[in-house]
Write a protein that binds this ligand. Sequence first.
Ligand code: ZN
Length: 312
Amino acid sequence: MAQPVHLEQTIAAPLEFSGVGLHSGAPVTMRLLPAPGGSGIVFRRTDLDNFEIPAIGRNIAKVSYATSLMRQGVLISTTEHLLSALIGMGIDNVIAELDNLELPILDGSAWPYVEAFLQVGIRTQRRRREVIRVLRPVEVREGEKFIGVYPGSGYSIEYSIDFPAPIGKQSTQVDLATETYGATIAPARTFGYQADEQMLRNMGLIRGAGPESAIILDAHGPINGPLRFGDEYVRHKVLDLIGDLALAGRRIEGHVVAERAGHAMHTALVSRLMKDRSTWELAHVSATAVEEPIAPQPARSHLLHHPALIAL
Ligand SMILES: [Zn+2]
């Protein structure tokens, strides 16, 4: 889908999603509202006097299985799939109202958001879009985990993972300037191992998890298949990465390399970027640059549950 990338965008009409939080199991209704140019993504807790938490690096909370924001002791949890969908679809300004502490997990991917954005439409605003243009490499390494961001035009991501069987090693390369986020990344679901289920439940980490909201794996493969992509796992990691790096406050212009990373590494990179102001600059995207899919993705996915994707 071609986008006028030099101008900010918002959703054309309000949207509502209901479900449970993956980690808390808490029932939640979330409303997304159009917002004026320059407002960014702002979460609002309607159950706490409309307390607002902007989706920016300063508000990143302690991160383990999901990315959370905290301001003055108020929490918003598991922000990454919504933020990924917003960045991926080029939506800069939205107010996300929640009546509980965690976003709904929905089907474990960002596809329900993308589908809804396409249904109501995306509205171009007058304000010129700013990106975080990476000027110098920034890297974070922790044992075998690595993440780095480098100068580059557009927004491209190289991700490799190495999980226990049956996932093993997967890697992928995505250029968001030339590939369609909605078709290649958004449908990839989160995943977990059946063998870990009891432990995670006992720890209270997956109260809202089920076969409707995650790929569940036993030693042989997904027990609730089929997969939507052969490499759905690494694509989901890219989805998470885009959502976590959204906390830089704007879309990144640069090349990201991630190896065996996760939410903690993604958000550590955001913090590192925010700390060293010499590594990036705010830049306007040139008005002539238009996101245009120049190399259509070969159809290698199983999108049986998502016939609408064929139209993307
Ligand atoms: Zn995720």
